[in-house]
Design a protein around this ligand. Sequence first.
Ligand code: NAD
Ligand code: UGA
Length: 463
Amino acid sequence: MKITKICCIGAGYVGGPTMAVIAQKCPHIQVTVVDLNEQRIIDWNDPNTDNIPIYEPGLSEIVAEARGRNLFFSTEVEKAIDEAQVIFISVNTPTKTYGKGKGMAADLKYIELCARQIAKVAKENKIVVEKSTLPVRTAEAIKSILDNTGNGVQFQILSNPEFLAEGTAVTDLLNPDRILIGGDTTPEGEEAIKALVDVYANWVDKEKILTTNVWSSELSKLTANAFLAQRISSINAMSELCEKTGADVNEVARAIGMDSRIGPKFLKASVGFGGSCFQKDILNLVYIAKSYGLNEVADYWEQVIIMNDHQKKRFSSKIVQTLYNTVADKKIAFLGWAFKKDTNDTRESAAIYVADDLINEQARISVYDPKVSKTKILNDLNYLETRSVEENNLAVSTFASAYDACKDAHAIAILTEWDEFTTYDWQKIYDSMHKPAFLFDGRNILDAKKLESIGFIYNGIGS
Ligand code: NAD
Ligand code: UGA
């Protein structure tokens, strides 16, 4: 089967960039990305591609090239499903906030809605691709809905998890470490797998396209995220021990990373990992393990989250302790709010939790982030429901320049590793602050010696 029409349900951080790259690399395939969120679609169609709703280096150029040619963004979900041979489901799968599995299990209501809508609309055989990250064996539920509520047409379900990281989405998509496609081992399943392999083979080496059974593919995605997050919690655990013993976590990371079995990547100690997925996916893994009665497996992975929460708390506590045990009415400048550099995404960012702790201590927070708006920052804090919206409004101010955010501050906290922070005139910032001027580098990106020679009292992570 040759694919010429693809539809993707969900125009978010995964659906948008992934489909833009497929469209760019496969001009012979018409790609339509649909979403229920009208504003999101309006933004994806903004004539100025610098205003598309997701900031990713290189993305606006790709959208400018393909949009209107073979890449379309639309709210007409049913029409797009009807026309496509392949339908990617790329909707959100957040942690459940209600009922059984609350706070742990993945909420699959959006996935089920997609399956029911596909079943209702499809009048020809279709390939349905799980692009969202899903609990192992979700394909079984999707298949049951499609087969029992559809119009008697045949569906093949493939699992094709996405491994891109935000901030590097475009390069990750253009140059993936691997593409994983899971499908049935029946002749129809194998035909569907081949059709999707052929799409990716337009720009990815065949050796990098891995095919497996559906369950291995679904579980590999959760496993990959769990392993990645575990590395961060492991190095963060060592950072606390370094602070007590005089070892330096950067030196330790370098030393262990040169062991080729460990490798140097993903060993940066930090204020704690954020992002929409690591915590959600590990909680989901823990829930799945528990549901099979595998309590030791569940406890093992849950520790990665416990350590991460501890690391965030430890950072805010250290600020309070160092500022003579009180931050009441003190101005603490936050440099960075996004969960990592080069993205405007703030979901589960460590900054939110550190700010929440400090506001509980009656600090005033002034924020500068090159890509995050004040509305988003306040929404993030309001979502926690720790205090009233008015109280958050009073506690937080935002600035269009880091110099303004830091003026008259008692302390600066670096929450995101934006490159521009390393290029600042730190003497000028120091001169504008209250003394002693404290700096808490939650990303270990600044030159401690240089800052100390200016007069800052510098605190990094793990040294
Ligand atoms: P997102 O919230 O940015 O986007 C999801 C979109 O789906 C939203 O715009 C929402 O309006 C839309 N949607 C929900 N239900 C819909 C429906 N029934 N019909 C049409 N549109 C609907 O989420 P995301 O970050 O793109 O993540 C999507 C999935 O991909 C999740 O399962 C996530 O775990 C996984 N994932 C995310 C990343 C990442 O970096 N963000 C990376 C790999 C995998
Ligand atoms: C992560 C994975 O890296 C992707 O492979 C995966 O597809 C994605 O989750 C997902 O499923 O959503 P992402 O969360 O976008 O990608 O970004 P990462 O680069 O993994 O960073 C996650 C968090 O860990 C960030 O807060 C980052 O600052 C932090 N981090 C990362 C560290 O603290 N130390 C490190 O060494 C690396």
